[in-house]
Design a protein around this ligand. Structure first.
Ligand SMILES: NC(=O)C1=CN([C@@H]2O[C@H](COP(=O)(O)OP(=O)(O)OC[C@H]3O[C@@H](n4cnc5c(N)ncnc54)[C@H](OP(=O)(O)O)[C@@H]3O)[C@@H](O)[C@H]2O)C=CC1
Ligand SMILES: O=C1O[C@H](COP(=O)(O)O)[C@@H](O)[C@H](O)[C@H]1O
Length: 483
């Protein structure tokens, strides 16, 4: 059956940097279904050849060593362009006509990828619906919606309502590119394809969990977006809560979209609602030095570029186990890691050395040093019963050299194949907002909590380190070693 991927926002940054390079890699690997075409839609008046030429240049740049002229030449033949405005019904009618001509009579599968500014997600879904392009009587019709999905629970719920008035939920693919990362999927494999972790993956053995998404980059030229988004909307509502859900979820009955998402949603539903006292004591915000001098940032901006928080998951498995989440821009290094900190041994035999006895720790390195390390104590030879911490160290780059795909490859292929397991469901995004909204509202009350400053290149504000220490715990402030 013919397949079409229609990208709304064809002339934009995401299309050039991620979407087209990912589709091209799928073509190179022979993974695109036969008879697939990519059709771009935006207002810029490209011809087919002009858009192809512009993408040749950008893909060469972003695909790097994974670009070769011959396979690109083949792929470019599959690329088409239709100039149009999301606000114009006739542009959709013409687009549909062009798609039917390209696909031929009969059934086809289509993926509509909304990669435009977020304010167009609703109108684009509406136009697709009203023009009959969401109708599945001639084959599957799916819509992929980029982040951010709303700016709070209310707007997310309104967007869901608009989308649902034209597309059934099984047609809707809300993308979070973290779910396309190999190491995030590997977390599910680690937990559910091994039997040794499940018995200890709970309150009886785990002291606490830390999830850190640290970025070395600052906001760059994105102040226009970042000033209103801030770190909670940019990173917590989506990526970090996704990492928490996968760390904490129960095993789904099978690996399929609804069973997986049912279990993830249950985690969010179990997150303890924050009282005003908890919001003050357990959430923490910071701003890197120099943020106020960034272009287009208000001189008195309170926008958080760093946040840390403690969440409790009130269910059988996680009762009493705090989840510490943090993320920031302009931090020490780029690293995304999930640290499972186990309890200390209940009784210490080796009295003289007990103060050196670190608790066991499982470190899941999501990026950039993809892998997993287990930290445990080992006896130092010939030194009585002295011991020290050593590692079991699995690294993707040693085991599977050079085969890590870009997150968008997997997600685009899943959307083409109709597998929504790695996409967020309507109730999932709304439940995620219900955790973030009270924090955002609390932070709108002036100085609740204060915006702590931090130097670029640090692990956030010093106060965040102190805050953790007061709980008797330490952040895992370790930059990964890259080979
Ligand atoms: N860039 C990134 O790395 C990431 C982006 N995202 C999300 O993806 C989406 C796209 O981001 P990005 O590519 O950076 O944005 P850009 O601003 O670079 O692109 C926006 C696109 O929308 C098109 N557009 C704007 N208005 C209309 C209209 N009325 N009708 C038709 N097309 C229109 C523009 O083309 P034209 O002017 O020619 O019409 C352009 O192609 C955003 O929602 C963003 O939040 C998410 C994660 C990462
Ligand atoms: O969605 C976003 O993610 C990036 C971080 O993505 P990564 O894959 O590089 O970890 C972040 O920089 C950006 O602010 C945010 O919008």
């Amino acid at each position: 059956m013919p397949h079409s991927i229609v990208i709304f926002g064809a002339s934009g940054d995401l299309t050039q940097r991620k979407l087209i390079p990912a589709l091209y890699q799928l073509h190179r690997k022979g993974r695109l279904p036969d008879d697939t075409r990519v059709v771009g839609f935006s207002r810029t008046k490209f011809t087919h050849d002009e858009w192809r030429a512009s993408l040749t240049e950008s893909t060469q740049k972003f695909a790097g060593d994974n670009f070769d002229a011959e396979s690109w030449g083949e792929f470019a033949q599959k690329i088409f362009y239709h100039p149009g405005d999301i606000g114009q019904a006739e542009d959709f009618a013409e687009l549909d006509k062009m798609l039917v001509e390209l696909e031929g009579d009969g059934e086809s599968e289509r993926v509509y990828y909304l990669s435009t500014a977020p304010r167009f997600y609703g109108p684009a879904a509406e136009m697709l619906g009203k023009s009959g392009m969401a109708d599945e009587s001639n084959g599957p019709r799916r819509v992929v919606i980029e982040k951010p999905f709303g700016t709070d629970g209310e707007t997310a719920s309104k967007l869901n309502a608009v989308v649902h008035s034209h597309f059934a939920e099984h047609q809707v693919y809300r993308i979070d590119h973290y779910l396309g990362k190999e190491t995030v999927q590997n977390l599910m494999v680690l937990r559910f394809a091994n039997s040794i972790f499940e018995p200890i993956w709970n309150r009886n053995y785990i002291n606490h969990v830390q999830i850190t998404v640290a970025e070395e980059v600052d906001i760059g030229s994105r102040a226009g977006y970042y000033e209103t988004a801030g770190i909670i909307r940019d990173m917590f509502q989506n990526h970090i809560l996704q990492l928490m859900m996968i760390t904490a979820m129960e095993a789904p009955v099978k690996y399929a979209a609804d069973p997986v998402r049912d279990e993830k949603v249950k985690v969010l539903q179990a997150v303890r609602p924050m009282t005003p006292e908890m919001l003050t004591a357990d959430t923490f915000r910071g701003q890197y030095d120099g943020y106020l001098q960034e272009k287009d940032v208000a001189p008195d901006s309170q926008t958080a570029t760093f946040a840390a928080m403690k969440l409790w998951i009130d269910n059988w498995r996680w009762q009493g186990v705090p989840f510490y989440l943090r993320s920031g821009k302009a931090m020490s290094c780029r690293t995304t890691q999930i640290v499972i900190r186990f309890r200390r041994p209940p009784h210490m035999l080796f009295e003289n050395t007990s103060r050196n006895c670190e608790a066991n720790q499982l470190v899941i390195q999501v990026q950039p040093a993809e892998g997993i390390q287990m930290h445990f104590q080992t006896k130092v030879p010939d030194q009585g019963m002295r011991f020290r911490q050593t590692d079991l160290d699995f690294r993707y780059d040693r085991e599977f050299r050079g085969v890590m795909p870009e997150a968008y490859e997997r997600l685009l292929l899943d959307a083409l194949e109709g597998d929504a397991s790695l996409f967020a469901r309507a109730d999932e995004v709304e439940a995620a907002w219900s955790i973030c909204d009270p924090i955002l509202q609390h932070w709108q009350n002036e100085n609740q909590p204060p915006v702590y400053k931090y130097e670029r290149g640090f692990w956030g504000p010093m106060e965040s380190t102190e805050w953790m220490r007061e709980t008797g715990r330490e952040w895992f402030d370790t930059c990964p070693v890259l080979h």
